[in-house]
Write a protein that binds this ligand. Structure first.
Ligand code: HEC
Length: 168
């Protein structure tokens, strides 16, 4: 499939148009007068993720994420661009599916396991929130620019849906 998997769900697809529009309004609203019509959206951005997503790639995050990855992830997932070290573990590179998912889900799955996970452990308690953001920043930094751009766009669209509809 040639897009962001999460958008596959009918429920989310129906919301996408409205959510994309809301994203544009939210971005414009953030640059303009905070008292204009988008005050609700501006307030919920903080409630929804404190601007955590899309994850900002900084050189310090990428550097610490590289170490965190080698100590916590590589034993199963292999080097970030593959091959995987154990059979059912997906690769995180551009050949894999990781970039088909928005940052917020990658973050939740690393903390609390992906849906229907069999082997992948939860890292809540083992890694701090910032360490999870750093390891994901490292994974993202390994993707070519056009994949980073698409995945960032998908992550931003997902945030717009979270702002309007919540995470249920
Ligand atoms: C013990 C092996 C193991 C370790 C350690 C591990 N994973 Fe996984 N991971 C898996 C497997 C296997 C899956 C596929 C789901 C399943 O069956 O558990 C998976 C799935 C995932 C997924 C969802 C699929 C995808 O690529 O989007 C993400 C994200 C992920 N792992 C990130 C990480 C990160 C980040 C770390 C290190 C902090 C890590 N994993 C450490 C085995 C592991």
């Amino acid at each position: 499939m040639d897009g962001i998997d999460i958008l596959d769900s009918m429920r989310l697809k129906k919301r996408l148009v409205a959510a994309s529009l809301l994203f544009v309004v939210a971005v414009l609203g953030a640059c303009g007068d905070a008292n204009d019509a988008n005050i609700d959206g501006a307030a919920s951005i903080d409630a929804a993720g404190s601007g955590k997503f899309p994850i900002e790639l900084t050189s310090s995050r990428i550097e610490s994420g590289n170490l965190i990855y080698s100590q916590n992830c590589a034993s199963c997932h292999g080097p970030v661009q593959g091959p995987a070290a154990i059979d059912p573990a997906p690769v995180h590179g551009d050949a894999g599916h990781t970039w088909h998912h928005p940052d917020r889900l990658l973050y939740q799955w690393t903390l609390d396991r992906p849906p229907l996970a069999t082997i992948m452990p939860a890292f809540r308690g083992a890694l701090s929130d910032e360490e999870v953001l750093a390891v994901l920043a490292y994974i993202k930094s390994s993707w070519p620019p056009e994949i980073q751009e698409r995945q960032n766009l998908g992550s931003a669209q997902y945030e717009a849906q979270v702002i309007e509809f919540g995470t249920d």
